[in-house]
Structure formats: structure tokens, C-alpha cells
Design a protein around this ligand. Structure first.
Ligand SMILES: CC(C)(COP(=O)(O)OP(=O)(O)OC[C@H]1O[C@@H](n2cnc3c(N)ncnc32)[C@H](O)[C@@H]1OP(=O)(O)O)[C@@H](O)C(=O)NCCC(=O)NCCS
Length: 166
């Protein structure tokens, strides 16, 4: 399968919200479910337009179809944490296992390094073996275990905290 990874532009807003809505319904791995994110297309458009510095969204497209995304978010609220960033990644289920996640993560790591980020962090469900394998492949290490990080329909879910030192 051919796909390309590009930096998202404001015109990607509608497709991105739709991708997140579908992805939210496909697993319980994300911070939201099938309802997707509570933003209008206009709000998402403005959000994409405002991303600068250590903040960026990248999308994977197979032809016209958006099939995955990764958002890098700098911890910009304090100069003492400006060397750190986190990210969120997801790929449409029917495209899993074809290298899309790896391409997105490589792009995000390259971007973070270029933006002067020294520590890239993430939080992942302890039972999300596919994602953890992806992160370990790129050199992320577990730095902690966070019991009761999510409650999904009232059920407690543990998470792993992972870091990559660039
Ligand atoms: C996690 C996710 C982004 C991976 O995307 P992907 O496109 O499937 O990733 P890739 O095809 O590049 O595979 C990456 C690695 O995952 C691992 N992997 C692939 N298939 C796997 C499987 N069946 N079981 C376990 N690990 C597997 C491998 O380590 C693989 O690397 P390799 O092919 O070089 O060996 C994707 O599954 C996803 O979006 N899941 C739902 C949302 C989610 O969980 N996001 C992360 C929240 S922290």
C-alpha cells in the first residue's frame, strides 16, 4: 500500500476530525471514543493554523484518504519544561500493520529533534502491546507504571509512561 506523510494544513481539519471519530470507535486506547473530539471543523482549522514551535500535526494519506495522524505537543507552559514534548498517534484499523504508524512516528521524532526537543514522552495502555512494540522499536523506554490512569465505562485501566531521550 502506498501512502505519504505530510504536515497537516488547516484544510485537513474536516478529514482529521473524521479520522479521529472513526479511530475513537475502533479501540478504547484513546482519550475519547466514537464521539470523537468536541471541536467544530472551524475550531480544528484554527488549531492546525496555530501550531508552531514544538507543536505539529502530521497526517498519512493513502491516495485521497487520510489513514493516520500524529500530533506532537510541546510542554510550553514553562521554560523549565520547554525541552519536553509529548505526542498522540493513531492509524485506521484497516491500515494497521503496514508501516503507517512507524512512518508517522519517525516523522514526529525527526520533527521534535529539529525543534530542539530533548525528551519525548507518551502514555500508553499497559495492554496495548502493538503500540508498546512500536515505541520500543524506536527506542522508547518505560519509566513508570500508572495504575488507574483511565476509567473506561467505569473499568480501571493501567498505563505505562514511556520516554525517548533524543
Ligand atoms: C499503535 C498504532 C499507531 C500502530 O500503527 P501501525 O500502522 O499498525 O504500525 P506499524 O505497521 O508501523 O507497526 C509498528 C510496529 O508494531 C508492532 N506490530 C505490528 N503488528 C503487530 C501485531 N500484530 N502484534 C504486536 N505488535 C505488532 C511491530 O513492532 C511493528 O513494527 P515492525 O513491523 O517493524 O515489526 C495503531 O495500531 C493504532 O492506531 N492503534 C489504535 C490507537 C492507539 O492505540 N494509539 C496509541 C495510543 S498510545
Amino acid at each position: 500500500m502506498e501512502f505519504v506523510v505530510t504536515r497537516a494544513v488547516p484544510e485537513d481539519a474536516a478529514a482529521l476530525l473524521e479520522l479521529l471519530r472513526i479511530s475513537g470507535g475502533e479501540t478504547d486506547n484513546l482519550t475519547f471514543g466514537a464521539e470523537g473530539l468536541p471541536f467544530t471543523v472551524e475550531q480544528e482549522r484554527e488549531f492546525l493554523a496555530s501550531m508552531e514551535g514544538a507543536n505539529a500535526m502530521f497526517v498519512a494519506k493513502a491516495g485521497e484518504r487520510m489513514v493516520g495522524c500524529i500530533g506532537v505537543h510541546g510542554v510550553g507552559r514553562s521554560i523549565r519544561m520547554a525541552h519536553r514534548a509529548s505526542f498522540g498517534i493513531n492509524v485506521l484499523k484497516e491500515y494497521w500493520g503496514r508501516g503507517v504508524g512507524s512512518a508517522l512516528l519517525q516523522t514526529a521524532i525527526d520533527f521534535a529533534r529539529e525543534a530542539g526537543i530533548a525528551v519525548l514522552s507518551l502514555e500508553v495502555r499497559s495492554d496495548n502491546t502493538r503500540a508498546i512494540a512500536l515505541y520500543e522499536k524506536f527506542g522508547f523506554h518505560k519509566i513508570g507504571h500508572f495504575p488507574d490512569f483511565f476509567r473506561v465505562n467505569g473499568e480501571s485501566v493501567d498505563f505505562e509512561l514511556m520516554n525517548l531521550y533524543l
